[in-house]
Write a protein that binds this ligand. Structure first.
Ligand code: HEM
Length: 195
């Protein structure tokens, strides 16, 4: 991957840090449980937004010619999503500590697996890891992207079924997957035409 322009990557990190710190520092008069719940929603939403931008960057460019800057800064969009989601993990810990309940095993396995995938992707989002892992880097990042998409999608769908305000988010994730599918089909078509 080409080296990134410094101002853009700092802008991405500054955006995610301000978007995390500002609402959290303004909402301190909430009860502890409400605050943890607010923190979980805020961090998940921020992470979803940055993830979605990284997820659609390449197919969008391939299909429409738009989004070159998104592709250039995909690594930092992914790292911003990982940062926001790491704070999600902290609020999950805090929330379940406050309510005194444990996380359901299925959620722990599915969601915990997504955290492991996300952190592995973040740790290997550098040129040295990319060179060292070779084809396995592609495998890890492709699998991780789809796995994270699945967890976001099923979480948002589950909430949308009881709260209609979440349908636009479900639609955004659905459209993003269709975009990737369409770009994959176009790539296959080009490859078979060239063979
Ligand atoms: C052990 C793993 C996880 C647990 C226990 C967990 C728990 C929660 C809880 C309790 C909420 C609801 C907060 C509230 O409304 O009060 C929430 C929200 C959410 N989580 Fe997580 N989560 C986990 C991992 C993940 C992962 C890996 C993703 C995505 C890849 C994710 C995405 C979301 C989303 C999209 C929301 C909805 C935010 C909103 O309401 O706008 N979570 N999570």
């Amino acid at each position: 991957m080409k080296s990134q322009s410094a101002p853009a990557k700092y802008l991405i990190f500054a955006t995610v840090i301000v978007a995390l710190v500002l609402p959290l520092s303004l909402a301190t008069d909430m009860a502890a449980q409400d605050y943890a719940s607010f923190g979980m929603r805020l961090t998940a939403r921020l992470s979803a937004a940055f993830f979605l931008l990284a997820y659609v960057a390449r197919p969008l460019l391939e299909l429409t010619g738009v989004g070159r800057q998104l592709v250039r800064h995909r690594r930092y969009l992914g790292l911003a999503a990982a940062l926001a989601h790491t704070v999600h993990a902290w609020f999950i810990y805090d929330y379940f500590r406050i309510i005194g309940e444990s996380i359901e095993p299925l959620v722990l396995i599915g969601g915990g697996g997504a955290f492991i995938a996300l952190w592995l992707m973040a740790l290997t989002s550098n040129n040295a890891s990319q060179r060292w892992l070779g084809a396995n880097w592609q495998r890890l990042h492709r699998f991780g992207m789809h796995y994270l998409w699945l967890i976001f999608f099923q979480t948002l769908l589950g909430i949308a079924l009881v709260n209609a305000a979440y349908w636009p988010a479900v639609a955004a994730f659905g459209l993003a997957a269709l975009l990737r599918l369409r770009a994959w089909q176009a790539r296959r078509k080009r490859a078979s035409a060239a063979a």
